[in-house]
Design a protein around this ligand. Sequence first.
Ligand SMILES: [Zn+2]
Length: 122
Amino acid sequence: MSPVRRCSRTACSQPAVFTLTYVYADSTAVLGPLATYAEPHCYDLCAEHAERLTAPRGWEVVRLPTDGNSPSSDDLEALANAVREAARPNPSGSGEPVGQGVEVGRRGHLRVLRSAQQHRDR
Ligand SMILES: [Zn+2]
């Protein structure tokens, strides 16, 4: 039994439905389905705050298609896990994120998913 995850925004008590993951090495913020576990550099967001999300200057926001539908493929979940994996700080470090060789190819993969959002079937 895990407690209900709440939006991580200050003064917001909505239940979290998305997880935002910062991939520092890639200057990309990935908004995807709620992560199974809370992890460093992941922020749970409610639907409203996810909607209003804007990226810091120089950052890209990648929104994985999640609305209402469960992810249609395991590939999507695998990607989200891969991104979280990449965002994980070096275990030997002091918690400060450092660039540690995130595959650049992964970024291209993310772009594909983002554009797929335009023609999602309903
Ligand atoms: Zn919120």
